[in-house]
Design a protein around this ligand. Structure first.
Ligand SMILES: Cc1ncc(COP(=O)(O)O)c(C=O)c1O
Length: 372
């Protein structure tokens, strides 16, 4: 093996925000059972069984929805793309959170709309005034409840205030709720109850707690009238979300409590371990599977630090500015990995940060050995 190949083989990839456990066994069995039946085309809005299940699931965990409000899509990213395509025009401006999930920004740009950053909630409330002043330039607003990468869980009062701004300014509001069930501290809140009925939608995904990221399934939830329009857009863009993905999603939702418990039990110890070791550069996120690491002590840009992580430590991390300009002093690391790999990654990060005198970064000698 060449040196380069060896180096790549020992790399640990902390970029993708998924839980690295196999898909739920019930989902695998349900898809295996498809091998003996024909595989007909699926209606653009999704299988009736999936729309029914997801409306019940949504009603139980987020907010009331009927099956005709649910459009099954190839993941939350596709759902956001369909909503933006149907609701806005090329050249329109879409407000996006800074920092915030970059996939939405990419969708906005790919569809020839313009992303406009707005600051995420902070206690002083200045962010709301800023958002209000930007709102008259925009046609739609994307909201993260909870936020990725910061893991913040917005308060209900913040959700209400955003919904009111969107309604007053006539904006479409797309609320991304994909991490609603990976909250560690606080309570999930949604802006949907406070938003204009014809101008609101949520996007949901089976990629996170249900561990079906590669299968591509999620949904948009909006008014029945908007749902018809979104389904037509989905039909034009992708025909429909794939049949096996929807069947897998149904089975995973049927076994939701057990699947969710397993996913949460996998991630939480990794996060707690990393926070223990990397404190004060990180704090325990209130939600999600990632840590938002403050690298200001290094005086490097987030891009420079991400490169250093790769070259010196074999760690692939996302530079914070990928999530918006507000991320310039951070990198994001995902800890949905197997426990031993997550610990190894944290140890490497400690070694990398130690020369910068970054607080009190200590790991026990016994654990340190495991990486060598
Ligand atoms: C906040 C947020 N929204 C959406 C997505 C993408 O979801 P999907 O895989 O369903 O497209 C992610 C993935 O990391 C995410 O963090």
């Amino acid at each position: 093996m060449t040196r380069g190949a060896k180096q790549r083989a020992s790399e640990i990839d902390l970029r993708i925000g998924d839980i690295r456990l196999p898909p739920p066994p019930t989902a695998l069995h349900a898809v295996a059972a498809l091998s003996t039946t024909p595989a007909p085309l699926v209606p653009p809005a999704g299988l009736t069984t999936t729309r029914e299940r997801l409306s019940r699931h949504f009603t139980r965990h987020i907010w009331h929805a009927t099956p005709d409000q649910v459009v099954v899509c190839a993941g939350a990213t596709s759902a956001a793309a369909a909503l933006i395509t149907a609701w806005t025009r090329p050249g329109d401006t879409i407000l996006v959170p800074d920092p915030g999930f970059p996939g939405h920004r990419h969708v906005v740009e790919a569809l020839s709309r313009k992303p406009l950053n707005y600051p995420v909630p902070e206690p002083s409330g200045d962010w709301l005034m800023r958002l209000d002043s930007l709102a008259d330039k925009a046609q739609a607003l994307i909201w993260l409840s909870p936020n990725n990468p910061t893991g913040e869980v917005p308060l209900e009062a913040d959700c209400r205030a955003v919904a009111e701004i969107a309604a007053r300014r006539g904006l479409f509001l797309i609320s991304d709720e994909v991490h609603h069930d990976l909250i560690w501290e606080g309570t999930h809140a949604s802006p949907l109850p406070f938003a204009h009925p014809d101008r609101r939608a949520a996007v949901w995904s089976a990629s996170k707690s249900l561990r079906l990221a590669g299968w591509r399934v999620g949904c948009a939830v909006c008014s029945p009238k908007s749902a018809n329009r979104i389904a037509r857009t989905v039909g034009a863009l992708t025909v429909a979300a794939s049949l096996p993905a929807q069947v897998a999603c149904n089975a995973a939702v049927d076994d939701y409590d057990a699947v969710l418990r397993q996913s949460r039990d996998h991630v939480l110890p990794n996060l707690q371990y990393a926070v223990d070791v990397l404190h004060p550069l990180v704090v325990m996120p209130r939600s999600g599977v990632c840590l938002w690491v403050d690298i200001s002590v290094t005086n490097l840009s987030s891009g420079e630090f991400a490169l250093l992580c790769r070259e010196r430590s074999g760690l692939r991390v996302w530079p914070g500015d990928r999530f918006g300009p507000a991320g310039a002093q951070h990198v994001r690391i995902c800890l949905g990995l197997p426990e031993d790999m997550a610990k190894r990654a944290v140890h490497r990060l400690v070694e990398l940060l130690r020369p910068y005198g970054a607080g009190d970064l200590t790991i026990s000698g016994k654990e340190e050995e495991r990486d060598h």
